[in-house]
Design a protein around this ligand. Structure first.
Ligand code: SF4
Length: 430
């Protein structure tokens, strides 16, 4: 029997899809990339209206390809919009962001009984971390480890706390065990990821925090690099960085979501910092690390964003010189406070603002990339193609190494010679 899994959205979703794949493989199912399958799983995202639309289209397309298949819809979309998803006739199995550990059994049951199964559970403060562990990731060099689930921050624009429930941290020992399993399967780099990784441990009696995981994974022989997914700016303190800098394997790339350069808008977003505090945190990182990669997310067109507020975001990009800015247009999500805010911004203005920020971030990025010319960088090569090796430096810059030797899976020291767009280029291997 063939299973096809389609994944939308974030790294956590990708991780969970990989974990579901493993569950099917253990039961001798074949995972396929082809259009035709017996079981389809659409692992949805609901962060924007566009993601909902994409999920609906995947669901319908799957059933059309094989009318006798079982189509399962799982993840954030059914969790927050169960009724809407239930209206889609083609969906045979509907699960939220829980119970995915039983996905194989549930789909088999629906297949045998030809009946629809709907199981979307409400979250409560007693909800537990669903341990969907992974021993193998899709790529050959970098593996993700999910360390927590859920978020208690309730930013006014964000649907995630409703889709993923409250913070639930995975057991410390289970995280370390997964890191060892991944190392045993040949992975050199791990990325500690979660919905709000900075909150790791706040729901547990044991005193382990994110930094304790980083230190412990850092001791595992064979794991050579550790990365982090998005961080909450307030986690960056002298104490945190003092411990982090001692973990040689930590790769100095930090993703700190700013969302807006305007403190007024940040307050309306219910972010727990203002722009000055954010800037201080970046300065602190740069005090500890000489050449860190600093990436961020910015939303344009949040309700009430004036021209002046928008220009503050533009200024922030120029001032901070991010390695990369992920730009988003504000998307009104029913059920979130901001969806009801007055002064929703005209889509035309959102588009114009987005364009301006795209230009500004590109310039900032080019500036920061050209500063890396002449630097010695260690690159973990992920792909070899036509005499070129591609990988990432410790600060997560994309690097192209021109060499006929296949260096895939190796960590190579190079001197950066040039930069084109968002790639560093070199043929100088040390
Ligand atoms: S911190 Fe804010 S934006 Fe991030 S997941 Fe939580 S509520 Fe959403």
């Amino acid at each position: 029997m063939k299973v096809k899994i389609m994944t939308l959205g974030c790294k956590v979703n990708q991780y969970e899809s990989e974990a579901m794949k493993e569950l099917f493989i253990q039961k001798n199912y074949e995972i396929t990339e082809d259009d035709y399958a017996d079981f389809y799983i659409v692992n949805t995202c609901t962060v924007t209206q566009m993601s909902d639309r994409k999920s609906r289209s995947f669901i319908r397309k799957s059933k059309k390809t094989n009318p006798n298949s079982v189509v399962a819809v799982v993840g954030c979309y059914p969790q927050v919009s169960k009724d809407k998803v239930t209206e889609i006739e083609e969906a045979d199995v509907i699960l939220g962001t829980q119970d995915r550990k039983q996905i194989v059994e549930i789909m088999e049951e629906s297949y045998k009984s030809k009946k629809r199964i709907i199981s979307v559970k409400e979250y409560s403060k007693d909800s537990e971390f669903e341990n969907l562990s992974l021993r193998d990731n899709e790529g050959r060099t970098r593996a993700y480890i999910k360390i927590q689930e859920g978020c208690n921050m309730f930013c006014t624009y964000c649907i995630i706390p409703y889709a993923r429930g409250p913070v639930r941290s995975r057991d410390f020992d289970s995280i370390i065990k997964e890191a060892i399993d991944l190392r045993n399967n040949g992975y050199k780099e791990v990325v500690l990821t979660g919905i709000h990784a900075s909150s790791y441990g706040i729901d547990k009696k044991e005193k382990y925090r994110l930094i304790d995981i980083i230190e412990e994974v850092g001791k595992i022989e064979g794991i050579e690099r550790i990365r982090l997914s998005s961080l909450e700016p307030r986690i960056i303190t002298e104490e945190f960085l003092n411990r982090l800098i001692k973990v040689d394997k930590f790769c100095e790339s930090f993703h700190l979501s700013l969302q807006s350069g305007s403190s007024e808008i940040l307050k309306k977003m219910n972010r727990k910092y203002d722009y000055d505090l954010y800037k201080e945190k970046i300065e602190l990182i740069r005090k500890y690390y000489e050449n860190p990669g600093i990436t961020t997310d910015i939303i344009v067109g949040f309700p009430g964003e004036s021209e002046e507020n928008f220009l503050e975001s533009k200024k922030a990009i120029e001032e901070i010189e991010f390695t990369k800015v992920h730009l988003f247009k504000y998307s009104r999500r029913r059920g979130t406070p901001a969806a009801e805010f007055e002064n929703q911004i005209d889509p035309k203005i959102k588009n114009e603002r987005l364009k301006v920020l795209e230009e500004v971030s590109k310039k900032a990025q080019n500036k920061i990339y050209s500063k890396q010319i002449g630097r010695l960088e260690e690159v973990l090569v992920e792909k070899f193609e036509d005499g070129k090796n591609y990988g990432y430096s410790k600060n997560y810059s994309h690097v192209k190494i021109i060499s006929n030797e296949n260096l895939e899976g190796k960590i190579v020291s190079v001197i950066i010679e040039d930069t084109i767009n968002d790639t560093l280029i070199t043929s100088k291997i040390i």
